[in-house]
Design a protein around this ligand. Sequence first.
Ligand code: GDP
Length: 345
Amino acid sequence: MTPPAASRPPQAEGRPDDAQPDPLVDRMLAGDRRALGRLITRVENREPGVPDLMRRIHARTGRAYTVGITGPPGAGKSTLVDRLTAAIRKTGATVGVVAVDPTSPFTGGAVLGDRIRMQAHTLDAGVFIRSMATRGSLGGLARATAETQKLLDAAGFDWVLVETVGVGQTELDVVKLADTTVVVLVPESGDGIQTMKAGLLEAADILVVNKADREGASRLLTELKYMVHLHREGQQASRDLDWEVPILSAEAVHDVGVAELLESIGRHRAALESSGVLERRRQTRRTRELRALIVTELRQEVDRALADGGALERVLTDVEAGRIDPHTAIRTIAKRLRLGPAATD
Ligand code: GDP
Protein backbone atom coordinates (compact mmCIF):
# COMPACT_ATOMS: atom_id res chain seq x y z
CA MET A 1 0.00 0.00 0.00
CA THR A 2 1.21 3.54 -0.74
CA PRO A 3 2.17 5.43 2.44
CA PRO A 4 0.39 8.72 3.18
CA ALA A 5 1.80 11.60 1.15
CA ALA A 6 3.08 13.43 4.23
CA SER A 7 5.45 10.63 5.19
CA ARG A 8 7.02 10.38 1.77
CA PRO A 9 10.12 12.41 0.92
CA PRO A 10 9.48 15.08 -1.70
CA GLN A 11 10.45 13.97 -5.18
CA ALA A 12 10.24 15.25 -8.70
CA GLU A 13 7.32 13.94 -10.67
CA GLY A 14 8.07 10.64 -12.34
CA ARG A 15 11.35 10.33 -10.46
CA PRO A 16 11.38 7.41 -8.07
CA ASP A 17 12.87 7.63 -4.64
CA ASP A 18 16.67 7.59 -4.76
CA ALA A 19 17.18 7.14 -1.04
CA GLN A 20 17.69 3.39 -1.35
CA PRO A 21 21.26 2.72 -2.40
CA ASP A 22 21.99 -0.24 -4.63
CA PRO A 23 25.43 -1.49 -3.59
CA LEU A 24 25.73 -3.73 -6.63
CA VAL A 25 25.33 -0.75 -8.95
CA ASP A 26 27.91 1.24 -6.98
CA ARG A 27 30.34 -1.66 -7.20
CA MET A 28 29.73 -2.03 -10.92
CA LEU A 29 30.32 1.68 -11.49
CA ALA A 30 33.54 1.38 -9.48
CA GLY A 31 34.78 -1.30 -11.89
CA ASP A 32 33.77 -4.52 -10.12
CA ARG A 33 33.36 -7.11 -12.86
CA ARG A 34 31.44 -9.61 -10.76
CA ALA A 35 28.91 -6.91 -9.94
CA LEU A 36 28.65 -6.16 -13.66
CA GLY A 37 28.07 -9.84 -14.43
CA ARG A 38 25.34 -10.08 -11.80
CA LEU A 39 23.59 -6.98 -13.09
CA ILE A 40 23.61 -8.40 -16.61
CA THR A 41 21.97 -11.53 -15.20
CA ARG A 42 19.26 -9.35 -13.65
CA VAL A 43 18.64 -7.82 -17.05
CA GLU A 44 18.61 -11.22 -18.77
CA ASN A 45 16.13 -12.59 -16.24
CA ARG A 46 13.94 -9.51 -16.57
CA GLU A 47 13.93 -8.97 -12.82
CA PRO A 48 11.52 -6.34 -11.50
CA GLY A 49 14.32 -3.94 -10.53
CA VAL A 50 15.59 -3.45 -14.09
CA PRO A 51 13.84 -0.09 -14.76
CA ASP A 52 15.33 1.25 -11.53
CA LEU A 53 18.75 -0.11 -12.52
CA MET A 54 18.56 1.59 -15.92
CA ARG A 55 17.57 4.87 -14.25
CA ARG A 56 20.53 4.68 -11.89
CA ILE A 57 23.10 4.13 -14.61
CA HIS A 58 21.61 6.53 -17.15
CA ALA A 59 23.90 9.46 -16.37
CA ARG A 60 26.93 7.24 -16.89
CA THR A 61 25.97 6.07 -20.37
CA GLY A 62 26.66 7.54 -23.81
CA ARG A 63 30.45 7.37 -23.79
CA ALA A 64 31.10 3.98 -25.35
CA TYR A 65 31.32 3.46 -29.09
CA THR A 66 29.24 0.48 -30.19
CA VAL A 67 30.09 -1.76 -33.11
CA GLY A 68 27.63 -4.42 -34.28
CA ILE A 69 29.06 -7.49 -35.98
CA THR A 70 26.57 -9.69 -37.75
CA GLY A 71 26.49 -12.45 -40.33
CA PRO A 72 25.51 -16.09 -40.84
CA PRO A 73 26.49 -18.82 -38.38
CA GLY A 74 30.00 -20.04 -38.99
CA ALA A 75 31.08 -16.91 -40.89
CA GLY A 76 33.84 -16.36 -38.36
CA LYS A 77 32.20 -13.61 -36.31
CA SER A 78 33.47 -14.86 -32.96
CA THR A 79 36.97 -15.27 -34.33
CA LEU A 80 36.86 -11.81 -35.84
CA VAL A 81 35.49 -10.25 -32.65
CA ASP A 82 38.25 -11.94 -30.71
CA ARG A 83 40.94 -10.55 -33.05
CA LEU A 84 39.30 -7.14 -33.20
CA THR A 85 39.22 -7.05 -29.40
CA ALA A 86 42.95 -7.75 -29.33
CA ALA A 87 43.58 -5.03 -31.94
CA ILE A 88 41.54 -2.47 -29.96
CA ARG A 89 43.33 -3.42 -26.74
CA LYS A 90 46.65 -2.60 -28.43
CA THR A 91 45.43 1.00 -28.65
CA GLY A 92 44.94 0.99 -24.87
CA ALA A 93 41.14 1.19 -25.06
CA THR A 94 38.91 -1.25 -23.16
CA VAL A 95 36.35 -3.58 -24.76
CA GLY A 96 33.05 -5.08 -23.64
CA VAL A 97 31.59 -7.82 -25.83
CA VAL A 98 27.98 -9.03 -25.98
CA ALA A 99 27.53 -12.11 -28.13
CA VAL A 100 23.90 -12.78 -28.99
CA ASP A 101 22.70 -16.03 -30.48
CA PRO A 102 18.96 -16.02 -31.07
CA THR A 103 19.14 -19.37 -32.83
CA SER A 104 20.17 -21.38 -29.81
CA PRO A 105 17.75 -21.88 -26.95
CA PHE A 106 19.42 -21.39 -23.61
CA THR A 107 21.08 -24.66 -22.68
CA GLY A 108 24.17 -23.47 -20.92
CA GLY A 109 25.91 -23.44 -24.28
CA ALA A 110 26.33 -19.71 -24.02
CA VAL A 111 28.21 -20.11 -20.78
CA LEU A 112 30.54 -22.65 -22.34
CA GLY A 113 31.00 -20.32 -25.28
CA ASP A 114 32.01 -17.58 -22.84
CA ARG A 115 34.67 -19.77 -21.34
CA ILE A 116 36.16 -20.60 -24.70
CA ARG A 117 36.07 -17.02 -25.81
CA MET A 118 37.47 -15.75 -22.57
CA GLN A 119 40.61 -17.85 -22.78
CA ALA A 120 42.52 -15.37 -24.90
CA HIS A 121 41.57 -12.47 -22.68
CA THR A 122 41.22 -14.10 -19.25
CA LEU A 123 43.90 -12.09 -17.56
CA ASP A 124 42.93 -8.85 -19.19
CA ALA A 125 40.81 -6.60 -16.97
CA GLY A 126 40.24 -4.37 -20.00
CA VAL A 127 38.03 -6.99 -21.66
CA PHE A 128 34.62 -8.26 -20.55
CA ILE A 129 32.76 -10.87 -22.60
CA ARG A 130 29.23 -12.03 -22.14
CA SER A 131 27.08 -14.37 -24.24
CA MET A 132 23.32 -14.23 -24.36
CA ALA A 133 20.94 -16.77 -25.80
CA THR A 134 17.22 -16.83 -26.28
CA ARG A 135 15.19 -17.07 -23.12
CA GLY A 136 11.59 -16.44 -23.90
CA SER A 137 10.78 -13.98 -26.62
CA LEU A 138 13.16 -12.71 -29.24
CA GLY A 139 11.93 -9.20 -28.55
CA GLY A 140 13.02 -9.73 -24.96
CA LEU A 141 16.45 -10.71 -26.18
CA ALA A 142 16.82 -7.51 -28.20
CA ARG A 143 15.84 -5.50 -25.15
CA ALA A 144 18.21 -7.39 -22.84
CA THR A 145 21.01 -6.82 -25.34
CA ALA A 146 20.30 -3.09 -25.44
CA GLU A 147 20.34 -2.94 -21.65
CA THR A 148 23.55 -4.97 -21.44
CA GLN A 149 25.15 -2.56 -23.88
CA LYS A 150 24.22 0.27 -21.51
CA LEU A 151 25.63 -1.58 -18.52
CA LEU A 152 28.96 -2.08 -20.32
CA ASP A 153 28.93 1.57 -21.31
CA ALA A 154 28.22 2.68 -17.73
CA ALA A 155 30.90 0.31 -16.45
CA GLY A 156 33.35 2.40 -18.45
CA PHE A 157 34.25 0.24 -21.44
CA ASP A 158 35.42 2.43 -24.31
CA TRP A 159 34.12 0.05 -26.96
CA VAL A 160 31.13 -2.27 -26.92
CA LEU A 161 31.10 -5.00 -29.56
CA VAL A 162 27.71 -6.60 -30.15
CA GLU A 163 28.04 -9.85 -32.06
CA THR A 164 24.90 -11.44 -33.45
CA VAL A 165 23.86 -14.16 -35.84
CA GLY A 166 22.12 -12.75 -38.93
CA VAL A 167 19.56 -12.60 -40.32
CA GLY A 168 16.12 -11.97 -38.93
CA GLN A 169 14.13 -9.17 -37.38
CA THR A 170 15.74 -9.55 -33.97
CA GLU A 171 19.19 -9.39 -35.45
CA LEU A 172 18.24 -6.25 -37.30
CA ASP A 173 16.94 -4.82 -34.03
CA VAL A 174 20.29 -5.62 -32.46
CA VAL A 175 22.04 -4.00 -35.40
CA LYS A 176 20.12 -0.80 -34.67
CA LEU A 177 22.01 -0.51 -31.39
CA ALA A 178 25.30 -0.05 -33.15
CA ASP A 179 27.05 3.13 -34.18
CA THR A 180 28.92 1.13 -36.82
CA THR A 181 27.56 -2.11 -38.27
CA VAL A 182 29.92 -4.68 -39.75
CA VAL A 183 28.37 -7.46 -41.84
CA VAL A 184 30.54 -10.55 -42.17
CA LEU A 185 30.01 -12.86 -45.14
CA VAL A 186 31.79 -15.95 -46.40
CA PRO A 187 32.34 -17.32 -49.91
CA GLU A 188 30.95 -20.81 -49.44
CA SER A 189 27.37 -19.96 -48.60
CA GLY A 190 26.80 -17.71 -51.62
CA ASP A 191 25.89 -14.95 -49.22
CA GLY A 192 25.71 -12.14 -51.72
CA ILE A 193 22.12 -12.62 -52.77
CA GLN A 194 20.98 -13.60 -49.29
CA THR A 195 22.42 -10.36 -47.97
CA MET A 196 20.44 -8.40 -50.47
CA LYS A 197 17.21 -10.20 -49.58
CA ALA A 198 17.65 -9.80 -45.89
CA GLY A 199 18.09 -6.07 -46.04
CA LEU A 200 21.52 -6.52 -44.52
CA LEU A 201 23.16 -4.49 -47.23
CA GLU A 202 21.16 -1.54 -46.04
CA ALA A 203 22.29 -2.13 -42.48
CA ALA A 204 25.98 -2.55 -43.33
CA ASP A 205 28.42 0.30 -42.83
CA ILE A 206 31.29 -2.07 -43.57
CA LEU A 207 31.21 -5.41 -45.37
CA VAL A 208 33.79 -8.08 -44.63
CA VAL A 209 34.35 -11.14 -46.77
CA ASN A 210 35.90 -13.48 -44.24
CA LYS A 211 37.63 -16.78 -45.05
CA ALA A 212 39.35 -15.07 -47.96
CA ASP A 213 41.61 -18.12 -48.06
CA ARG A 214 38.64 -20.12 -49.37
CA GLU A 215 37.60 -20.55 -52.95
CA GLY A 216 35.08 -18.07 -54.28
CA ALA A 217 36.21 -15.18 -52.09
CA SER A 218 37.20 -12.92 -54.96
CA ARG A 219 33.95 -13.66 -56.80
CA LEU A 220 31.95 -12.68 -53.72
CA LEU A 221 34.01 -9.50 -53.37
CA THR A 222 33.24 -8.51 -56.96
CA GLU A 223 29.57 -9.37 -56.56
CA LEU A 224 29.29 -7.29 -53.40
CA LYS A 225 31.06 -4.32 -54.95
CA TYR A 226 28.51 -4.37 -57.76
CA MET A 227 25.58 -4.66 -55.34
CA VAL A 228 26.85 -1.89 -53.09
CA HIS A 229 27.33 0.32 -56.12
CA LEU A 230 23.77 -0.33 -57.33
CA HIS A 231 22.39 0.15 -53.88
CA ARG A 232 24.26 3.42 -53.46
CA GLU A 233 22.84 4.78 -56.70
CA GLY A 234 19.34 3.93 -55.52
CA GLN A 235 19.81 5.50 -52.11
CA GLN A 236 21.47 8.74 -53.18
CA ALA A 237 18.73 11.05 -51.95
CA SER A 238 17.87 9.43 -48.65
CA ARG A 239 21.39 9.01 -47.22
CA ASP A 240 22.27 11.10 -44.20
CA LEU A 241 25.99 10.42 -44.43
CA ASP A 242 28.39 10.55 -47.33
CA TRP A 243 29.90 7.13 -46.80
CA GLU A 244 30.91 4.53 -49.30
CA VAL A 245 30.58 1.09 -47.73
CA PRO A 246 34.05 -0.48 -47.84
CA ILE A 247 34.22 -4.14 -48.82
CA LEU A 248 37.12 -5.73 -47.02
CA SER A 249 38.55 -9.19 -47.18
CA ALA A 250 39.80 -10.98 -44.08
CA GLU A 251 41.10 -14.22 -42.70
CA ALA A 252 40.09 -13.87 -39.10
CA VAL A 253 41.63 -17.14 -38.09
CA HIS A 254 45.01 -15.96 -39.41
CA ASP A 255 44.58 -12.42 -38.07
CA VAL A 256 44.64 -11.07 -41.62
CA GLY A 257 42.61 -7.98 -42.47
CA VAL A 258 41.80 -7.16 -38.85
CA ALA A 259 43.90 -3.98 -38.68
CA GLU A 260 42.19 -2.79 -41.89
CA LEU A 261 38.80 -3.49 -40.34
CA LEU A 262 39.65 -1.45 -37.26
CA GLU A 263 40.94 1.32 -39.48
CA SER A 264 37.66 1.34 -41.47
CA ILE A 265 35.63 1.42 -38.28
CA GLY A 266 37.72 4.40 -37.17
CA ARG A 267 37.06 6.21 -40.44
CA HIS A 268 33.34 5.54 -40.21
CA ARG A 269 33.31 6.80 -36.65
CA ALA A 270 35.18 9.97 -37.64
CA ALA A 271 32.72 10.57 -40.51
CA LEU A 272 29.75 10.13 -38.16
CA GLU A 273 31.24 12.39 -35.51
CA SER A 274 32.41 15.23 -37.73
CA SER A 275 29.08 15.40 -39.58
CA GLY A 276 26.95 15.39 -36.44
CA VAL A 277 25.19 12.27 -37.73
CA LEU A 278 26.36 10.18 -34.77
CA GLU A 279 24.45 12.36 -32.33
CA ARG A 280 21.38 12.53 -34.56
CA ARG A 281 21.30 8.75 -34.90
CA ARG A 282 21.70 8.34 -31.15
CA GLN A 283 18.81 10.73 -30.59
CA THR A 284 16.67 8.63 -32.93
CA ARG A 285 17.73 5.52 -31.05
CA ARG A 286 16.66 7.02 -27.71
CA THR A 287 13.21 7.99 -28.93
CA ARG A 288 12.83 4.62 -30.65
CA GLU A 289 13.59 2.95 -27.35
CA LEU A 290 10.97 5.08 -25.62
CA ARG A 291 8.36 4.27 -28.24
CA ALA A 292 9.08 0.56 -27.92
CA LEU A 293 8.77 0.83 -24.15
CA ILE A 294 5.48 2.67 -24.38
CA VAL A 295 4.04 -0.07 -26.55
CA THR A 296 5.34 -2.85 -24.27
CA GLU A 297 4.13 -1.23 -21.07
CA LEU A 298 0.72 -0.30 -22.41
CA ARG A 299 0.20 -3.74 -23.84
CA GLN A 300 1.04 -5.27 -20.47
CA GLU A 301 -1.39 -2.95 -18.74
CA VAL A 302 -4.17 -3.77 -21.18
CA ASP A 303 -3.44 -7.50 -20.91
CA ARG A 304 -3.60 -7.27 -17.13
CA ALA A 305 -6.87 -5.38 -17.22
CA LEU A 306 -8.44 -7.83 -19.65
CA ALA A 307 -7.28 -10.82 -17.66
CA ASP A 308 -8.46 -9.74 -14.23
CA GLY A 309 -12.04 -10.89 -14.78
CA GLY A 310 -13.51 -7.44 -14.13
CA ALA A 311 -15.76 -5.22 -16.19
CA LEU A 312 -13.54 -5.44 -19.25
CA GLU A 313 -14.15 -9.12 -19.57
CA ARG A 314 -17.70 -8.35 -20.62
CA VAL A 315 -16.36 -6.13 -23.36
CA LEU A 316 -14.31 -9.06 -24.58
CA THR A 317 -17.25 -11.45 -24.60
CA ASP A 318 -19.38 -8.82 -26.35
CA VAL A 319 -16.76 -8.50 -29.09
CA GLU A 320 -16.41 -12.26 -29.26
CA ALA A 321 -20.15 -12.71 -29.74
CA GLY A 322 -20.29 -9.92 -32.30
CA ARG A 323 -22.62 -7.83 -30.12
CA ILE A 324 -20.34 -4.79 -30.31
CA ASP A 325 -17.70 -3.76 -32.80
CA PRO A 326 -14.01 -3.58 -31.80
CA HIS A 327 -13.88 0.20 -32.22
CA THR A 328 -16.57 0.71 -29.63
CA ALA A 329 -14.83 -1.82 -27.43
CA ILE A 330 -11.48 -0.03 -27.60
CA ARG A 331 -13.14 3.21 -26.50
CA THR A 332 -14.58 1.47 -23.47
CA ILE A 333 -11.22 -0.10 -22.66
CA ALA A 334 -9.33 3.18 -23.10
CA LYS A 335 -11.85 4.97 -20.89
CA ARG A 336 -11.47 2.35 -18.20
CA LEU A 337 -7.68 2.61 -18.36
CA ARG A 338 -7.85 6.41 -18.60
CA LEU A 339 -6.07 6.47 -21.93
CA GLY A 340 -6.49 8.81 -24.85
CA PRO A 341 -9.33 11.15 -25.75
CA ALA A 342 -11.96 8.57 -24.78
CA ALA A 343 -10.82 8.99 -21.17
CA THR A 344 -12.26 12.48 -21.02
CA ASP A 345 -15.60 11.59 -22.62
P1 GDP B 1 30.74 -17.64 -36.03
O1 GDP B 1 29.73 -18.71 -35.90
O2 GDP B 1 30.39 -16.68 -37.12
O3 GDP B 1 31.03 -16.93 -34.75
O4 GDP B 1 32.08 -18.32 -36.54
P2 GDP B 1 33.38 -18.77 -35.72
O5 GDP B 1 34.22 -17.58 -35.37
O6 GDP B 1 32.98 -19.69 -34.63
O7 GDP B 1 34.16 -19.56 -36.86
C1 GDP B 1 33.62 -20.72 -37.46
C2 GDP B 1 34.78 -21.55 -37.99
O8 GDP B 1 35.45 -20.88 -39.06
C3 GDP B 1 35.85 -21.82 -36.94
O9 GDP B 1 36.28 -23.14 -37.07
C4 GDP B 1 36.94 -20.85 -37.29
O10 GDP B 1 38.23 -21.29 -36.92
C5 GDP B 1 36.83 -20.80 -38.80
N1 GDP B 1 37.35 -19.56 -39.37
C6 GDP B 1 37.24 -18.30 -38.91
N2 GDP B 1 37.86 -17.43 -39.72
C7 GDP B 1 38.38 -18.16 -40.74
C8 GDP B 1 39.15 -17.82 -41.91
O11 GDP B 1 39.47 -16.67 -42.18
N3 GDP B 1 39.48 -18.84 -42.74
C9 GDP B 1 39.13 -20.13 -42.50
N4 GDP B 1 39.47 -21.06 -43.35
N5 GDP B 1 38.43 -20.49 -41.40
C10 GDP B 1 38.06 -19.53 -40.53
